[in-house]
Design a protein around this ligand. Sequence first.
Ligand code: PAF
Length: 282
Amino acid sequence: MKTVITIAQLRAEVQGWRSEGERIAFVPTMGNLHAGHFRLVQEAKKAADRVVVSIFVNPTQFGEGEDFGSYPRTIEKDSSGLIEMGADLLFLPAVEEMYPGGRELVTFIEVPGVSEMLCGECRPGHFRGVATVVCKLFNMVGPDLALFGEKDFQQLAVIRKMVKELNIPIEIQGVPTVREKNGLALSSRNGYLSVNEREQASLLSRCLSDAKEAILAGKLSIEVIETAQIERLKEAGFKPEYFSVVRCSDLKRANSDDMELVILAAAQFGVPRLIDNLSFNR
Ligand code: PAF
């Protein structure tokens, strides 16, 4: 695996493969890679001849007081993991390479609707930063296909909408969440939890499955089910931000005739803010 740090080097590498007619997959990440990211690389390898991975902790998607400065940066370990997984190219740009004009002069991509609720409400500007950096990376790499984890369900919805509405010719593939044995969704921020806390944090995924069962049983209203799970999380020491049953298509409140649903949840537990989701048909 080759590592490049400039856009020019990245384009030269990709251009070489393109001229051979090779299909290129792209996995954007912020590093501190875990089995969830490696699953993305594995799926990328199945779908393309070449796999490009980026590691860039993107400042524009972090809000005031969030963990941009302390976000875990583990480049050497990440790089060996990617070599083992058979990635072809690692793009490792500095902030100045990605945002040469500084943060104030950035042209942003806004994706209205799906960006505004849930995490968008709790983290204003977050999805604007995500859409902008992903669009920039897409323009730099120019892949046929890009892969994203379904754990960030709302992020995936934002990116799908951006690609569709800006006519970006890249196929977007969602990849199922990888979980610990106890159900906890893997996340780079789980590193902020002790072993004991990781066990307790797995309650979030159980709340999602229990809410799904309750919805399918059809005896209680969605509001009652959401409130019960929020209370359960609070009693266990979580600080829930939302626990919402919405429709998969546009993340708006589910009506009784909506069949494709997703339950999305976010809660602070100790240091990290955890997110998880469960989609299903009724
Ligand atoms: O999901 C992430 O790790 C980031 O939001 C992404 C997509 C790499 C953009 O910085």
